[in-house]
Design a protein around this ligand. Structure first.
Ligand SMILES: CCc1nc(N)nc(N)c1-c1ccc2c(c1)N(CCCOC)[C@H](c1ccccc1)CC2
Length: 338
């Protein structure tokens, strides 16, 4: 079934402004999974029925059962993928995957080793990589490339809305083939990707209040829908945290006292000739337990050269700036999110 007017929306669930995921199905009859649509990676994986229940993270998530799908095609090759938060190992299979009502025959991984840290914290089952094929593990053609080759989309773009308010339904929306005017205002400003093959742009600086403090000589920024926070080089982040008076927790997170939040400076990212600023409301997570602990949604992450040093602009950036990922023109567009 071709999508109506060449676009295909998928509503997303927002878990505490830190995890955003939507439903796909795999197999015949369809087996449903919640996946993060992740521009920081290019592969699809879901937990496998053959994942040992000793892996708690497999036990607590939906698992793909190849023996229950008449359209399953055996592959059996090994698979391993590394994220900033953890890695996943599995075996490859092929089956019909339906995203936003569009069916594709897709090679994907059945995860058979899912480490408890961090996947017991995952409210989603798996990951659907929306990155370029250039960075796909095992050279597997990604889902969106297979959808583009069906010529059912009005434009070879997809757009992401992440709500900032956990009570807002839907918690977000992925649109294949276009943008959703209900979730953005004003015009889009575009910038070309730094190189073919990654959702990465050249950033011209990061300013705190009126002072440009980091990346003055230019640096890379990845627009990553699969990352909860904004990450930057540890040296820059520690200066930024000192500037705003945040204290570091054990595992590298930062917090501030909630009654100081209103005094915090605006942080701005200079991308493509525009300043994309985040106010303290945009980069602070109010504690879900109501006590006086406010999480700062910046984290230190040193990515070694040649990929790094890079900044990763994650969910809290995208929640403020509605993002269009344009494969047709290898560019990224931002507009004010509503
Ligand atoms: C989506 C896959 C992915 N892709 C990219 N490019 N970057 C990263 N970091 C991830 C990733 C991997 C694993 C997990 C994750 C994210 N999580 C964040 C969801 C973000 O949803 C938008 C959750 C979490 C909870 C507690 C502490 C750390 C992480 C569950 C675990």
């Amino acid at each position: 079934p071709s999508p109506k007017n060449g676009t295909a929306p998928t509503p997303l669930i927002n878990y505490l402004d830190t995890q955003y995921f939507g439903e796909i199905s795999i197999g015949s009859p369809p087996q449903k999974f919640n996946v993060v649509f992740d521009t920081g990676s290019s592969n699809l994986w879901v937990p496998s029925q053959s994942c040992s229940p000793l892996y708690t993270a497999c036990f607590t998530h939906n698992r793909y059962d190849a023996s229950n799908s008449i359209t399953h095609v055996y592959n059996g090759s090994g698979f391993s993928i590394q994220y900033a938060s953890g890695n996943v190992r599995g075996i490859l299979s092929e089956d019909v995957v339906v995203v936003g009502g569009i069916p594709v025959v897709q090679v994907f991984a059945e995860a058979t080793a899912l480490p408890a840290i961090p996947f017991i914290f995952a409210k989603f089952d798996g990951v659907l990589g929306m990155g370029y094929p250039d960075v796909a593990i095992d050279g597997i053609t990604p889902v969106f490339d297979r959808i583009m080759s069906q010529h059912v989309l009005k434009q070879n773009v997809f757009s992401v809305y992440y709500s900032r308010d956990p009570t807002h339904i839907p918690g977000g929306e992925l649109v294949l083939g276009g943008t959703d005017p209900n979730y953005h205002t004003g015009s889009f400003h575009y910038m070309n990707t730094k190189e073919e093959g990654k959702w990465e742009v050249i950033m011209k600086g990061v300013s705190v209040g009126a002072d440009m403090l980091f990346c003055m000589e230019g640096c890379s920024a990845v627009i990553d829908t699969g990352s909860s926070y904004i990450t930057g080089p540890a040296s820059s982040i520690s200066i930024l945290m000192k500037t705003i008076g945040a204290v570091e927790l054990a595992e590298g997170g930062y917090t501030v006292s909630c009654n100081l939040v209103k005094l915090l400076p605006t942080v701005a990212f200079h991308l493509g000739g525009q300043e994309y600023s985040l106010t303290e409301e945009d980069y602070i997570l109010w504690s879900e337990f109501g006590e006086d602990i406010c999480t700062v949604t910046f984290k230190a992450l040193d990515v070694p050269p040649p990929v790094g040093p890079i900044w990763i602009l994650g969910a809290n950036f995208i929640a403020r700036y509605y993002t269009e990922f344009d494969r047709g023109n290898n560019r990224i567009g931002f507009a004010q999110a509503i």
